[in-house]
Ligand binder design. Sequence first.
Ligand code: KG4
Ligand code: ZN
Length: 357
Amino acid sequence: MTPGQGPGRILLLAIETTCDETGAAVLEGPRPPATGVPVIRSSVVASQIDLHERFGGVVPEIASRAHVRQILPVIDEALRQAGVGLGELGAVAVATRPGLVGALVVGLTAAKALALALGVPLVAVDHLEGHLYACQLAYPDRDVYPCLGLVVSGGHTSLYACQGPIQAEPLGGTTDDAAGEAFDKVASLLGLGYPGGPGVERAARLGNPRAHAFPRSYLHDARLIFSFSGLKTAVLYALQGQDARATGAAPAPDVVADVAASFQEAVVDVLVAKSRQALERTGLRKLGVGGGVAANSHFRGRIATMAEERGVELFIPPLALCTDNAAMAGVALPKLAAGQIAALDIDVTPGLVRPGR
Ligand code: KG4
Ligand code: ZN
């Protein structure tokens, strides 16, 4: 008998197609209503970066079509790597919100078909709760909750007071661009490729973070809100000042490095300051961080220093669990334990909704 077949264990297939990564994972955990942190038996991600790269951002229709092509092979590969047959699955989980509508529909349709065919529960999860649950998956021996949750990704920059994995109370978020979106747009201005985060991070290593005094919106504002669109415009003006855009010439490497470093410093200053402010306000003693921007090593260092100074326990997943993946949809297990099974006529919710609802 494999571990997942035991009476006390459940094998979960998790599916992620909210944006431009097709993901499937197999997790094994205590059979609900028992609770406990599941183990990741496999996690497969098929990236679409090469398809979107030349557009400098995700093209929704291209993303949907690529999900259609990749979803079944990715699920097969996740099952193969886990050594699990379809008949051994005890539940199917899928991120149904928020995200690109066409992309979400592909994952949900696959999940519904499998749940129906196998006669197992379907669990709909929130992608942002998933990003935070990645912290719990990464630290299975420690209690992540209650914590302040910070999601910093390509689509979101949000703070939550999380009493548990499926009890995230929104505290605030961005009023315009997400932090990752700003990284992507600035990378495009600097000719650093897509997605922008890793390219900006690499260029920033050689630059002076104080070369440009870029804006830090809402830094001294009592509200827990963010804005990154002015920062992006300031970068554009800084480059135009160098005649880079005006002449169509690529900015010189030292200009790129200084702009990248100053931009990254501005984003990180704000993310760290707002997290500190939210910790002070809520009195929470733990901080969980998720989303693609949490892969940034300068950010990781700075947020770790702030947490240490405040005596706050920091949970920040390894890189593969920061960027989009299906394992984080393992947040389905606490949902299942709470009896939150989705009906087979459930629809996707593309827009940002209040997590926990
Ligand atoms: O969480 P994620 O994979 O997808 C969304 O849910 O949006 O985040 C993707 C975002 C992209 O904007 C990407 O540029 C950013 O995360 N990112 C980074 C780094 N790696 C990925 N941003 C800054 N530094 C990085 N090293
Ligand atoms: Zn994400």
